[in-house]
Write a protein that binds this ligand. Structure first.
Ligand code: BGC
Length: 353
C-alpha cells in the first residue's frame, strides 16, 4: 500500500514538474512576447490588441505588455518575457537604442526578435522588421502641404512651421526626411518661410511625441512670430499626438485663419478634429495589416522557415540591413475617411461623434 502511494506521489510530482516546465516555457514553448511602448496613444492599444487576437487565432500564447513610455520598464518586461520562455519577441521600442543589452540575453537563449513599427538599433539580435513605409508617410504629408498651398503656381510666400517626433525613435527621421525632401526646395526658393527659423531635426523634435511638448513649443512660436496677426499657413506635424498639441495651442493663442495641419495615425481625437476642420489630414496606417504581416513573421520563425519581406535595402540598424516588410500608408482627409475608417470596420460611426 505504502509503495502504491509512493508511486502515485512520484507520478504526480513528475506531471507537476512537466507542467511547470511548460509554464516556464520549455524548448517547445508556443509563447510570443509582445512589448508595446505605451497605452497613452490610441494607436498602440490598437496594435497590441490586434496582434494579441491574431496571434491567439494562429494558436500562440501571448504575453502582451505596455511600458508607459518608460525605457526601464520596457527593458524589464522584455527580460521577463525571455525568462518565462517566450520563443519570439515582437517589440515596438520606446527608445531604439536602449535594448541592446537585454536583447543579448534573447540571443543567448535563441529567442528571435521582430522589431515592430520602430527599428531597434545597434543590436544583432533583430531578425526582422515589420512596419509601414515611414519615408512614404513623410512624403505624403509634404505633398499634401505642397498641393493644398499650390506651391508650384501660387505666388506665396507662405508661412510654415515644422513639428516632428521623438529623437530616440528612428521613424521620426524617416518621417521628417520624407516630408523635407518635398518641402525643402520651396523653402530654399523662398516660397515657404519658417518664421521661427527652426528647421533642423533637433530643433523641431518632440520628446516622447508628447502632445504637451508640441503644444508648449507651439505656444512659444506663436507668441514670438504670429501674435501680431501674421498668418500661419501650414504646420507640418509628423503624427497625431503632436498635431493635437499644435491644434490646442492655436485654439488658445492664434486668431488668424486656421492653417493646414498634417498628422498620422487617424487617432479618434484627430479624426474628430478633421471633421471639425481643425486638422487637414492624417495618414492612415491600418494596424490590422501590420498585425497580419507580423503574425506571418512569427509563424515563419516558429516553423523555421523564411518570413515574407519586401524590403532588403532601407533599414540598417547599425549591425547591417534588417529584412523588412513595409506596409503602405494611405492618406486620409475629410473626403475619404468614411470609406477608409468606417466602411472598413476600423472604427464605428459613433466612435467619431
Ligand atoms: C509611429 C507613429 C506614432 C509615433 C508616436 C511612431 O514610431 O510610427 O505611428 O504616431 O511613433 O507613438
Amino acid at each position: 500500500m505504502k509503495k502504491k502511494l509512493l508511486g502515485a506521489f512520484l507520478a504526480l510530482t513528475m506531471v507537476a514538474s512537466m507542467l511547470v516546465g511548460c509554464g516556464a516555457g520549455g524548448s517547445n514553448s508556443n509563447k510570443v512576447g509582445v512589448a508595446m511602448p505605451t497605452k497613452d496613444l490610441q494607436r498602440w492599444n490598437q496594435d497590441g490588441s490586434n496582434m494579441e487576437a491574431k496571434l491567439k487565432e494562429a494558436g500562440y500564447d501571448v504575453d502582451l505588455q505596455y511600458a508607459s513610455n518608460d525605457i526601464a520598464t520596457q527593458v524589464s518586461q522584455i527580460e521577463n518575457m525571455i525568462n518565462s520562455g517566450c520563443k519570439v519577441l515582437v517589440i515596438a521600442s520606446i527608445d531604439g537604442d536602449s535594448l541592446g543589452t537585454v536583447l543579448e540575453q534573447a540571443k543567448e537563449k535563441n529567442v528571435s526578435v521582430i522589431a515592430y513599427d520602430r527599428l531597434i538599433m545597434n543590436s544583432d539580435a533583430v531578425s526582422y522588421y515589420a512596419t509601414f513605409d515611414n519615408y512614404m508617410v513623410g512624403t505624403k504629408q509634404g505633398e499634401y502641404i505642397r498641393d493644398q498651398l499650390d506651391l508650384d503656381n501660387a505666388a506665396g510666400p507662405f508661412n510654415i512651421e515644422l513639428v516632428t517626433g521623438d529623437p530616440g525613435d528612428n521613424n521620426a527621421r524617416f518621417f521628417f526626411g520624407g516630408a523635407m525632401d518635398v518641402l525643402q526646395p520651396y523653402i530654399d526658393a523662398g516660397k515657404l518661410v519658417v518664421k521661427s527659423g527652426q528647421t533642423e531635426f533637433d530643433q523641431v523634435a518632440t520628446a516622447n511625441w508628447a502632445t504637451e511638448n508640441a503644444q508648449s513649443r507651439m505656444d512659444a512660436i506663436i507668441s514670438a512670430n504670429y501674435a501680431d496677426g501674421t498668418k500661419l499657413d501650414a504646420v507640418l506635424c509628423s503624427n497625431d499626438s503632436t498635431a493635437l498639441g499644435v491644434a490646442n495651442s492655436l485654439e488658445a493663442n492664434y486668431t488668424g485663419d486656421w492653417p493646414i495641419i498634417t498628422g498620422q495615425d487617424c487617432d479618434i481625437a484627430n479624426v474628430k478634429n478633421m471633421i471639425a476642420g481643425k486638422q487637414s489630414m492624417s495618414i492612415f496606417k491600418d494596424t490590422r495589416t501590420l498585425a497580419d504581416q507580423t503574425v506571418k513573421m512569427v509563424d515563419a520563425i516558429m516553423k523555421g522557415t523564411e518570413a515574407p519581406v519586401n524590403d532588403t535595402k532601407t533599414y540598417d540598424n547599425g549591425t547591417g540591413i534588417i529584412p523588412s516588410y513595409l506596409c503602405e500608408p494611405v492618406f486620409a482627409d475629410v473626403n475619404n475617411y468614411k470609406t477608409l475608417l468606417i466602411d472598413s470596420g476600423y472604427y464605428k460611426a459613433e466612435d467619431l461623434q
